[in-house]
Design a protein around this ligand. Structure first.
Ligand SMILES: NC(=O)C1=CN([C@@H]2O[C@H](COP(=O)(O)OP(=O)(O)OC[C@H]3O[C@@H](n4cnc5c(N)ncnc54)[C@H](O)[C@@H]3O)[C@@H](O)[C@H]2O)C=CC1
Ligand SMILES: CC(C)CC(=O)C(=O)O
Ligand SMILES: [Mg+2]
Length: 347
């Protein structure tokens, strides 16, 4: 097949892990005879340095014309005090492409039990799909920043909530049939709207699914004490961001969690859940597997290439079983070595 993929490497370890994803696309194209037209565009801090904007118009236009977009990571101390922040570019592209559902799978593997701080008996059969709302809530509300006071507005409409609930429910139907909705309905008005919409949408459309409600503070605890009991976890933007970094430690490292950001039409955006990791950037230390697993999600959900995605995932998991991995997982390989180990299993 012919497909246009745009890469947004970004900052810090972003370019290093994007290189790993690109190598995976090239290897899959070679093995299956696909014609992937892969181009690269400026995003985040790198884009601010080059153009003054975190999301240049030319980058957005290239993404809108693509079949799928891959992003490394953005941000870093260099831009922490600048007027425009790299992270604004990421929020802007999610909004501009209408990517309201961020799917973040957290799946444990016996080869990684040692890498997790959680006891192995809790990690068995953990297979969680977080459906995080991505274009609403406090990240997108009006804000005011003063030296003595500041505020951020959190707002949700029923429509914004319903569409991600439907995504979560459809996913649960194709999995184990359970949805956990996480909110803070004992305190927040927006959370109470989430709860009312969840009750209504599931009663009307998904009475066959098991539905559980958790307050976010307790959910953070349950994720560690009974992780295998979760199937699909649906929640608002901020809570989903935080809980998925926590869930990464069930798997063994933040460098293992991929994601897909999807809307109703147009290209999806696929990116590892981690950030730009300035503490290890440029040292060949970054785990490339979250990026390569995100590349697999791009193949499957962005281009409809399920078999190709499975080959890539199998190659990553075979490396984990052979201990061909980076130091965050207890391995001895660098970013490039771990990438090469995956490629060798594809070609
Ligand atoms: N999607 C994105 O582009 C995101 C960007 N950020 C930005 O990244 C910058 C750094 O943020 P942090 O809070 O430090 O979060 P981070 O996710 O970049 O790093 C947290 C910790 O995890 C480690 N880590 C992350 N990815 C890794 C990988 N692939 N392999 C091995 N270790 C890995 C890092 O070394 C660090 O110790 C900030 O500017 C932040 O705004 C943060 C999260 C997401
Ligand atoms: C950098 C932020 C905009 C968001 C974030 O941390 C994430 O999406 O994981
Ligand atoms: Mg995050």
């Amino acid at each position: 097949m012919k497909a246009k993929i745009v890469l947004l490497p970004g900052d810090g370890i972003g370019p290093e892990v994007t290189q790993a994803a690109k190598a995976a696309f090239d290897a899959i194209a070679q093995r299956f005879g696909h014609d992937f037209l892969i181009s690269q565009a400026l995003m985040g801090g790198a884009a601010i340095d080059a153009t003054g904007e975190p999301l240049p118009a030319a980058t957005l236009a290239a993404c809108q014309e693509a079949d799928a977009v891959f992003l490394g990571a953005v941000g870093g101390p260099k831009w922490d005090k600048s007027e425009k922040r790299p992270e604004q570019g990421l929020l802007a592209i999610r909004k501009a492409l209408g990517l309201y559902a961020n799917l973040r799978p957290a799946v444990t593997h016996p080869a990684l039990y040692d890498a997790s701080p959680i006891k192995a008996d809790r990690l068995k059969d953990v297979d969680i799909m977080v459906a995080r709302e991505l274009t609403g809530g406090i990240y997108f509300g009006e804000k005011q920043e003063g030296s003595e006071a500041a505020w951020d507005r959190c707002a949700y409409s029923a429509e914004e909530i319903d569409r991600v609930l439907h995504q979560a429910a459809r996913l649960a139907r194709s999995r184990r049939g359970k949805v956990t909705m996480v909110d803070k309905a004992n305190v927040l008005a927006t959370s109470r709207l989430w709860r009312r919409r969840t009750e209504a949408v599931f009663a009307e459309h998904y009475p066959d699914l098991e539905l559980e409600f958790l307050l976010v503070d307790a959910a953070a605890m349950h994720l560690l004490s009974r992780p295998a009991s979760f199937d699909v976890l649906v929640t608002e933007n901020l809570f989903g961001d935080i809980l998925t970094d926590e869930a990464a430690m069930l798997v063994g490292s933040l460098g293992m969690l991929p994601s897909a950001s999807l809307g109703d039409s147009g290209p999806g955006l696929f990116e590892p859940c981690h950030g730009s990791a300035p503490d290890i950037a440029g040292q060949d230390k970054a785990n490339p597997f979250a990026a390569m697993l995100s590349a697999a999600m791009l193949l499957e959900l962005g281009l409809g290439l399920g078999e190709e995605a499975q080959v890539l995932k199998d190659a990553v998991y075979a490396c984990l079983e052979a201990r061909q991995c980076t130091a965050d997982l207890g391995g001895k390989l660098g970013t490039q070595g771990a990438t090469a180990a995956v490629l060798a299993r594809i070609l």
